[in-house]
Write a protein that binds this ligand. Structure first.
Ligand SMILES: [Fe+2]
Ligand SMILES: [Fe+2]
Length: 334
């Protein structure tokens, strides 16, 4: 089936007949649903695609801690504070699993950090928007973690073993994140009119950036056809976006909120909602580094890296001393 797929540059994804035996065997294993493991042969382009995708995903988890970390000290109750702290810690854990998964493909942690700090590597554009109120923390859990789940559930079946396995645990934690976000909002909409207005304002600001998280339409997405042939990607961006809208609109109704899209309408024939087009100009601007918080987010990550230098140096010095003791220890002492 993948042989019919056409890439955006007009070239077709290679068919089995065009492949050398090694690559053909690799592709056949993927089509049989087998997992590819780190030490096994893989095409260089497959390795590079995964390094890019997994490291980008890891960076998103790490940078994604910042908008919410901003509210840990200001959460309204001790319970909310503890929950938010646990959630932000989960995101750090997700980043670490994913850096480990990327390392199995031959890139080092230092290289990945360097790519993030120099601005060469991308991370999800959503984290370049500011968190202005407590309702934003609810909206992030509900919408941003909700969209992340939609994207990540199919990745549990991705052809690369370490990535697929990391996703299993990550997805379990993401569903806790989504529920805690929804719970914050469900509480707030039952509060004062000002609290309810705060929730509507958060939805107004986070709705469109959340839809953008699925990426542009697949016709405009550079890597889709090949990634699908490799079973790194299983669904089109538009399919996942549709699923997200269909799942989320009834939840917004339940909360008594208005989704900020005048074109949103139930379509009986397709059994889903019709909805408007996100502002892709804004999306590409944010990706290019011109979002509201790009500079602040990268600045925070660079500062964390610089501030941790003494600790990394200390660890290395300690390891060198331990190694020296081990190699110069007299044999008699054994
Ligand atoms: Fe996460
Ligand atoms: Fe999350």
């Amino acid at each position: 089936m993948y042989a019919q797929m056409v890439k955006t540059d007009g070239t077709r994804v290679k068919s089995l007949d065009d492949m050398e035996p090694e690559e053909r065997a690799f592709q056949q294993r993927i089509e049989a649903g087998q997992k590819i493991e780190p030490k096994e042969w893989m095409p260089e382009a497959y390795r590079k695609t995964l390094v890019r995708q997994i490291s980008q995903h890891a960076h998103s988890e790490i940078v994604g801690q910042l908008p919410e970390g901003n509210w840990i000290t200001r959460a309204p109750t001790l319970e909310r504070k503890a929950i938010l702290l646990a959630k932000v810690q989960d995101e750090a854990g997700h980043g670490l699993y994913l850096y480990c998964a990327a390392e199995t493909l031959g890139i080092s942690r230092d290289e990945m950090y360097e790519q993030l700090h120099s601005g060469k590597a991308k991370y999800s554009s959503i984290f370049n928007y500011p968190t202005l109120s407590w309702a934003d923390i609810g909206a992030i859990g509900w919408l941003v973690d909700g969209a992340a789940i939609m994207n990540q559930v199919p990745l549990q079946r991705c052809s690369y073993g370490p990535y697929a396995r990391a996703m299993v645990r990550i997805c379990k934690e993401e569903s806790f994140h989504q529920r805690q976000g929804f719970d914050i909002l469900a509480k707030m909409v039952k509060g004062t009119p000002a609290q309810k207005a705060m929730v509507q304002d958060a939805l107004d600001r986070w709705w469109w950036p959340s839809l953008m998280m699925f990426g542009p339409s697949d016709d405009a997405s550079v890597h889709s056809a090949q990634s699908m042939a490799w079973k790194i990607k299983q669904n089109s961006n538009d399919e996942l976006r549709q699923k997200f809208v269909d799942q989320t609109v009834p939840q917004a109704d339940y909360l008594g909120l208005t989704v900020p899209d005048p074109e949103l309408k139930w379509n009986e024939t397709k059994g889903g909602y019709d909805f408007g087009e996100p502002d892709w100009k804004e999306f590409f601007e944010v990706i290019a580094g011109n979002g509201l918080c790009n500079a602040e987010r990268l600045g925070a990550r660079r500062k964390a890296w610089d501030d941790g230098a003494w600790f990394r140096e200390g660890l290395l010095a300690h390891a060198a001393k331990a190694e020296a003791r081990r190699t110069t220890a007299p044999a008699a002492a054994e």
